[in-house]
Design a protein around this ligand. Sequence first.
Ligand code: FAD
Length: 378
Amino acid sequence: MQVPKYFYVIVGGGLAGLQLARQLSRDIFFKGKQIAVIDPDFKAPSKTWSFWEKNTGKWDKLVSKRWKIGRFITSGINKKLELEPYQYKMIKAEDLYRETLAELEASPDIHLIRDEISEIDPVTREASGKINNYTATHFFDSRVNPEYMEEGKHTLIYQHFKGWEIETTEPVFSPEEFTMMDYRLKYKNATAFTYILPVSETKALVEYTFFTPFLTEERVYDEMLKRYLNEFLKVKDYKIVSTESGIIPMTDFPFEAENTSKITKIGTGGGWVKASTGYSFKNTEKKVDTIIENIKTGDFPGENLINKKFKRYDGIFLDVLANNNEKGESIFTKFYTKNNPEEIFSYLDEETSFSEDLKIMMSLYSFDFIKSFFRKAF
Ligand SMILES: Cc1cc2nc3c(=O)[nH]c(=O)nc-3n(C[C@H](O)[C@H](O)[C@H](O)COP(=O)(O)OP(=O)(O)OC[C@H]3O[C@@H](n4cnc5c(N)ncnc54)[C@H](O)[C@@H]3O)c2cc1C
C-alpha cells in the first residue's frame, strides 16, 4: 500500500490536536499544506473544560457558563473571590468537538483519519498506524510517554476526581458563584476538596477531587459526593444527569525533552498540563500560538514551549504536596487568602515578574518549602 504523504501529521484529535489543527487551518500561512489529524475515533469525552481569562476569548461562542465570583471554603473560612478582570468559563467537550470537527471537515487542507499510531520513526519520517503508515515533514504527537510514572528524580502526584452533574427539585445553588475549593469534607489526611460549577439554582456539576500520590477506588468518590450533598448542601432530592471522572498527572517530568526537529510533543504528552494545577485548556491555546509563531520565524516548532522558571516553581510545590499531603488545605488557604485573584491567576498563567513571584512565595512560606527547594535542587 502506498504511504500517504502530508506536510504535517497530528497524532491525536483531542484538545491539543484539535486546537492545533484548527489554528493551522485558519492561518493563510499554511494554506495548501496538507495536514492529517489521526485519532482512533474523534469521540468527545464526557468532560467539561474550565479556565480563566480576561474579558473575551477565542472560545466565547462555546462557553456554556461563566462566573465573575468564586469561593474558597474551609471549616473556618468562606472567602469570596472577586475575579474581575478575569472570568471563569466553562466549555463542554461535546460542543468543542462538534464545532471544531465540523470546521476541520470543511477545510480542504485537513484530513481526519481514523487510525491508531504505534510509532513515529524520525529518520524515515514515517508514522506506523494499525491501518496505514503516514509520512510528514513534521509530526505533532499527543501520545503520553508512560515513563513519567516511573519512580525517579521527578515528582508525581495525581489529580483524580469524579463529578456528578445533578439536578435538584429545590433551589440549592447560587448560579453566580462557583466553588474553586471547599475543604470541609475531608478524606483522611489527604489533600482533597469539593469543586462546584453551578449553572442554575437547581443544576450543578459537583466534583470530589484529590491531589495525592495515591489513587482510590470508584466507590470512594461516590461516597464523598453523597456525603457532601447530604451534609453540606443539605439536598436529599436530586438526580444525577451525567458523570465525569479523570486522572490528570501533576508532574515535573520533562515531557518536552522529547521534542526534536521532526517531532513536537503536544498536550499532556508535551507537558502542557500545568503541573501545580492540572489545568491545560488555556495553556493549549497559548502553546499552539507559540508553535505557529516558531514555524513562521523558522524555529523548530517545539522551541520555547515550556517556561523553565515556572516549571521549577511547580516542581517544588509538587514536592511539598507529595511529601506533606496532609498540609494541602493550609497551603491552598494561604494561597487564596493572602493573594488576590488577579495575582493568583497571573502567577498561574506564568505572566508574573520575579518580584511578583516572590510575593506569592512569601505568602506560602514554610520550612516544608525550604526542604523541598533543597531536595529539588540537588
Ligand atoms: C475529566 C477531565 C477534566 C478536565 N478538566 C479540565 C479543565 O476543566 N480545565 C483544564 O484546563 N484542564 C482540564 N483537564 C486537563 C486537560 O485539559 C485535558 O486532559 C485535555 O484533554 C488534554 O488534552 P490532550 O490533547 O493532551 O489529551 P486528550 O484531549 O485526551 O486527547 C488525546 C487524543 O489522542 C488520541 N490518541 C491517544 N493515543 C493515540 C494513538 N496511539 N494514535 C492516535 N491517537 C491517539 C486519543 O484518542 C485522544 O483523542 C481535564 C482532564 C480530564 C481527564
